[in-house]
Design a protein. Structure first.
Length: 460
């Protein structure tokens, strides 16, 4: 049953005064019973323990049985537009995101054309302004030929620089040592790095073909892209960052060994931060037997021991945030073995639910989940007025319902590719509502397609 009916786009009005009454609010390290007032798209009041200012409200949402958290900020997605829209579009994936409690995304540059010029970067913003239901920003891609332009980008508009260090799709691998050092020396905004050593991957591939033939089984993916390939590349990135004082953000940590390179200092006290994906926290190499290439991604899903180490590192602050690496492909592209099936999986719709399962298992507290998925991305990327439930902040909010088990079926999947590795999974929580800039974008199974997200800005 819906908490209220969604207005049409013509009737939607962010100037409405809305009261979210009596949920358990999880924010800034604590949980408490309270209420929130939204007006003109922003949070204007936060009350505790039943205290509410009397007044006239356009809408009152009774939320006694629900949890209220800030909207999830996903620092790592591939929404495939422009150029790869048979897999996904900004419109389709922002709808899936809204259904999953994600209110802001940062999209990677390996589209067609690649986002390695100002013109291509601006084109993405133009598309998102028309099509995205949630808030958006776009990375600028580093190459061997554009590194001297990177330091001139507007730090208030560019979320970060994406660097493929060691392995890449297309021509975005930066493998010239002089250019690599130039990037680490001159870039001041977050440098988000994919770390895998292509030379090690090539040697491992040759060995696997000799052992298993030209079409090795999907289980060899972890052998080809092993922990050494990840560790060696990540170690080099950390060395360069320490040498030049670079603001480094290491994407999708996947191995126990890499954790020795990280610090558990608070985000504001370290210049090297890191991300882990729900996939690497949920699955392990044993799951290839059941899910096959549906969980093939780069870096590869590793062992159960690696997965356990990642979970502990996340809870202790060695890993700073959770981002999805949402990477939809057509299901036919996922056919084949370790060398033929495409790497990447859609996950944004179910990332929050998957992490809530870890809360129920005692891996994380609810407050820690909100830190890793909402607060930390805002702090690491210095996003203006988002990621927290605070007065004056944009009303990006999510209402969650606990103790409502449901099993994901194919018909539930909103991503354009139409499949998910989480199909068949039973989750104990549901997303009841998602609010974007004070408008309800998702309400109990219904998406308000008229909602428009805003461009993220950065306090740098």
């Amino acid at each position: 049953m819906r908490l209220f009916s969604l207005p049409s786009r013509e009737k939607a009005d962010t100037a409405m005064k809305i009261l979210i009454k009596n949920p358990i609010i999880v924010n800034d390290g604590e949980s408490f019973r309270g209420s929130v007032i939204i007006n003109n798209g922003k949070i204007t009041h936060i009350f505790r323990n039943g205290k509410i200012t009397k007044g006239q409200y356009d809408q009152i949402i009774e939320a006694d049985d629900l949890y209220l958290i800030p909207g999830v900020i996903d620092d790592h997605v591939h929404f495939r537009e422009p150029g790869l829209t048979e897999k996904a579009t900004i419109y389709s994936e922002s709808r899936a995101a809204a259904a999953g409690g994600v209110t802001s995304f940062m999209d990677m540059p390996n589209t067609k054309p690649q986002t390695t010029t100002v013109e291509a970067w601006k084109e993405k913003f133009a598309i998102a302004a028309e099509e995205s239901l949630i808030n958006y920003s776009f990375y600028f891609g580093a190459t061997n030929s554009n590194c001297r332009r990177l330091s001139k980008l507007n730090p208030r508009r560019v979320c970060g620089i994406k660097l493929f260090m060691g392995a890449s799709t297309g021509n975005m691998l930066v493998d010239e040592e002089r250019e690599l050092e130039e990037i680490f020396r001159t870039v001041s905004i977050p440098l988000a790095v994919h770390c895998e050593d292509s030379n090690i991957i090539a040697r491992n591939t040759k060995k696997v073909i000799a052992e298993a033939g030209d079409n090795p089984d999907i289980t060899y993916h972890t052998v080809i892209r092993n922990s050494t390939a990840c560790y060696n590349s990540t170690k080099r990135a950390v060395e360069l960052a320490r040498k030049y004082g670079t603001r480094l953000h290491i994407l999708h940590i996947s191995t126990k060994r890499e954790l020795s390179l990280l610090s558990n200092a608070a985000i504001g006290y370290k210049k090297i931060t890191s991300e882990v994906t729900p996939a690497h926290l949920t699955f392990c190499s044993d799951d290839y037997k059941l899910l096959g290439a549906k969980i093939k991604c780069n870096p590869a899903i590793k062992s159960a021991d690696d997965r356990e180490a990642l979970r502990k590192a996340l809870s202790k602050g060695l890993i700073d945030l959770v981002g999805t690496d949402h990477a939809p492909h057509l299901l036919k592209e996922k056919e084949g073995g370790a060398l033929t099936a495409t790497s990447g999986m859609p996950s944004i719709q179910f990332s929050l639910l998957a992490m809530l399962e870890l809360v129920d298992k005692g891996v994380l507290t609810m407050e820690s989940l909100v830190e890793k998925m909402c607060h930390a991305p805002a702090k690491i990327f210095e996003i203006s007025k988002r990621g927290f439930i605070k007065r004056g902040y944009f009303a990006d909010l999510v209402l969650l319902r606990p103790n409502s088990p449901h099993t994901i079926e194919q018909k539930d999947i909103i991503s354009k590719c139409g499949w998910s590795p989480f199909e068949g999974t039973t989750f104990n929580w549901t997303v009841a509502q998602t609010w974007v800039n004070g408008e309800c974008a998702y309400n109990e199974g219904t998406i308000n397609n008229g909602v428009k997200g805003k461009m993220l800005t950065f306090d740098r």
